[in-house]
Design a binder for this molecule. Structure first.
Ligand SMILES: [Zn+2]
Length: 334
């Protein structure tokens, strides 16, 4: 079930209250989306599927047109998540690392949504939660951008559930910077920021452990954001691929509710694909009886899924998300 922006807030509160985190996978193909939903179904965990600019513009979605890619991504995910097979899986669709001149256009489209016919009838499907890449923005620009998104959402009559970030690759975000970013947004648009992504000592990419990562800073950030907003706001952890399992699990228990996962996921999928092409080389001869089954996209995709899905399940359970999907949906139905 694809969650709307308000249900997503409730999902984060559930995770925060029960001290678990939701795996947020950057999925860059239709097969990857299917694999991630399969993993969530198996783990009975909520899941966040996120798309960055490079995915929206990628071959599987917009082929150069990010707004078209967003519509295609959202429509596909809404239909898939609405299927009986995944109806007990809470699914959040998040726009991740959107930057550059197209940012406002893409995020406006995400807030306004697309019309999709689902089991409950035809309706407007919106991105569950949104964020933008603030790595090239000053703090004032970051604040102005988030406020602008809140205004666009209000004008469209759409609730905005926003993840706000500091420059997450720049070491630890000091408390004064958290204040400088969160407080003015809260003053002008109270209640739109529901995730806070400070620098916690991790970095994007495949690092080899981060000795600078500190769980006490997760606790301190969660406490400061609560003070600034008057509500429980979960943390988003970027750059989890290079972090050791014990630290990731500890972060989830300490106030991180969203764990972004991209680099390791890409490594797992591409390594499996490489093995497929190496192991099945003989079957690439058109005279081989298995040729067609091998060379179809489904050949490599099915091979990748067998290796990839169990690893995603493992990651979801590491974050404490196992079994929490039906538990959360039960609270929505009360
Ligand atoms: Zn990130």
């Amino acid at each position: 079930m694809l969650l709307d922006p308000l249900q997503s807030r409730a999902q984060f509160a559930h995770a925060l209250g029960r001290r678990y985190a939701i795996l947020a996978v950057n999925a860059d193909s239709h097969a990857a989306v299917t694999d991630v939903l399969e993993a969530a179904r198996e783990a009975r965990a909520p899941v966040i599927i996120e798309a960055s600019l490079w995915q929206l513009e990628g071959r599987a979605y917009g082929a150069g047109d990010a707004v078209l890619g967003l519509a295609r991504y959202l429509a596909e995910l809404a239909v898939l998540a609405d299927d009986a097979r995944y109806r007990d899986v809470p699914v959040i669709f998040h726009t991740d690392h959107i930057k550059g001149p197209k940012t406002v256009g893409i995020l406006t489209a995400a807030l306004k949504g697309v019309e999709v016919r689902l089991s409950v009838g035809k309706g407007l499907v919106r991105a569950s939660t949104i964020s933008l890449d603030a790595s090239s923005l000053t703090d004032d620009e970051n604040v102005a951008f988030v406020c602008r998104l809140a205004e666009i959402a209000a004008a469209a009559g759409a609730p905005a559930t926003i993840e706000m970030e500091a420059n997450v690759d720049e070491g630890h975000t000091p408390p004064e910077r958290t204040r400088r970013l969160i407080a003015p947004v809260e003053a002008r648009h109270p209640g739109v920021v529901w995730l806070w992504a400070p620098g916690l000592g991790t970095q994007h990419g495949l690092g080899d452990g981060y000795p600078g990562f500190r769980v006490d800073l997760v606790v301190a950030n969660a406490s400061l954001v609560r003070e600034l907003t008057g509500r429980a706001v979960g943390l988003a952890l970027h750059g989890s691929s290079g972090l050791d399992a014990a630290s990731v699990a500890a972060a989830a228990r300490a106030g991180v509710v969203k764990v972004n996962w991209s680099s390791e996921s890409l490594l797992l999928r591409s390594s499996a694909a490489r093995d497929f092409y190496a192991e099945r080389a003989a079957q690439f001869d058109p005279k081989d009886p298995q040729w067609k089954a091998t060379v179809m996209d489904n050949g490599v995709q099915s091979f990748v899924a067998v290796r990839y899905v169990p690893r995603v399940v493992e990651r979801m359970k590491l974050l404490g998300g196992g079994g929490q999907g039906p538990a959360f949906l039960g609270t929505l139905r009360q």
